[in-house]
Design a protein around this ligand. Structure first.
Ligand SMILES: *Cc1c(COP(=O)(O)O)cnc(C)c1O
Length: 352
């Protein structure tokens, strides 16, 4: 069998959840959208079921998958519904929809609810992607509150720049949120991973932990209080020695400078490893940091081997404990989120 494997350490997922909940205070949603950032939403939900105050997914189908697999905890739909008929399923499965615009609001109010619904009413506090403007927020809130169809309203907003050095934008968004919510009762939810780590004033009734739940530091600093859940590993399945001044791989983008032992590892861009990761991108061979040489192919990549202790059968960690996924993302000009979501063809091994 091809040796590419994604080890998913569910014990670490649970520890990270507890760490983040303790840090944030109040209640914590475990964000499981996009198949739990590529980790497997159903397995992650079951692993967290006895701990989590609730889960969050992007849209209805992701929530229904969890419900049909036996997940009974609250589930927030972060994008709300895409057509009015979805509210029947929201009602049936007891989901908590975000309402982010006038169309979602009006169709929710038209629906004949069997059970009053808990709505997460979204404010656009400055990101300008989704949500009611602060000056329209109170009237949307009042329409919901007076409808008789709504059990609770959670006031929610999302930050554009919580993981960036520049702090002004997030502070401005918090201020806009608080002004737009003035006098409106109910719970609040502001913080994603980066915000709960860096902005104590964004810690409200509900946190929403995604990236940090999976053990990735949004500030690219390897925060020791959270631990990577995924470890993407493969093996060297062929080795050879190349003379000086020999090219490696497609495009002959790299030439050896000296006699070099190289290994072929079973992982390529069809597995979700980024093709843009160039020569020098870190990998770990049997726990020792090394690097990729030449271009990443569809099914394999070439790594530099040190000595005769490394060769066919050596383990190659693409990311995880010795190599941070943030390093690979930086080398490929992207972010850890994208790399995690792209992993495929690997054998997923769940470790309790
Ligand atoms: C994805 C998402 C989150 C989680 O963000 P992280 O940066 O991964 O913690 C929180 N809130 C909303 C609205 C989201 O879409």
């Amino acid at each position: 069998m091809r040796p590419l494997r994604a080890d998913i350490r569910l014990d670490r997922l649970r520890e990270n959840y507890q760490t983040l909940k303790r840090l944030h205070g109040g209640k914590m949603l475990a964000v499981l959208k996009a198949d739990a950032y590529g980790h497997g939403a159903v397995r992650c939900a079951h692993a967290l079921a006895d701990l989590a105050d609730g889960f969050a997914v992007a849209f209805l189908e992701e929530a229904v998958e969890l419900r049909t697999q036996g997940i009974t905890q609250p589930i927030v739909l972060l994008e709300g519904v895409f057509d009015a008929a979805e509210y029947a399923a929201v009602d049936e499965y007891g989901l908590w929809p975000v309402v982010a615009d006038q169309w979602q609001l009006e169709t929710l109010l038209k629906h004949e609810w069997k059970t009053p619904v808990k709505v997460w009413l979204k404010m656009d506090s400055g990101m300008h992607r989704a949500g009611f403007f602060p000056h329209n927020y109170a009237s949307a809130y009042t329409a919901l509150a007076q409808s008789g169809k709504v059990s609770d309203i959670v006031k929610i907003s999302h930050f554009a720049c919580a993981d960036e050095e520049e702090r002004g934008m997030t502070e401005m968004q918090i201020e806009a949120f608080d002004m737009g919510c003035a006098g409106l009762a109910g719970e609040e939810s502001l913080a994603n991973s980066a915000a709960m780590l860096a902005y104590p004033q964004a810690r409200r009734d509900w946190g929403r932990a995604g990236l940090a739940l999976y053990g990735i530091d949004p500030f690219l600093e390897n925060d020791p209080s959270i631990k990577p859940v995924m470890r993407l590993v493969s093996r060297v399945f062929a080795e050879r020695v190349l003379q000086p001044h020999e090219p490696i791989g497609y495009g002959a983008s790299f030439y050896t400078k000296r006699s070099t032992r190289v290994g072929l590892a079973a992982c390529g861009y069809a597995d979700g490893y980024p093709r843009r990761a160039a020569t020098g991108t870190p990998v770990a061979v049997n726990g020792r940091r090394s690097r990729i040489l030449g271009r990443v192919s569809m099914d394999m990549l070439t790594v530099e081997l040190a000595d005769t202790h490394e060769g066919v059968g050596s383990e190659v960690e693409l990311w995880g404990d010795t190599v941070s996924i943030n390093e690979v993302a930086a080398a490929a000009g992207t972010i850890a989120y994208e790399l995690l979501c792209n992993v495929k063809r690997a054998k997923f091994v769940y470790i309790q």
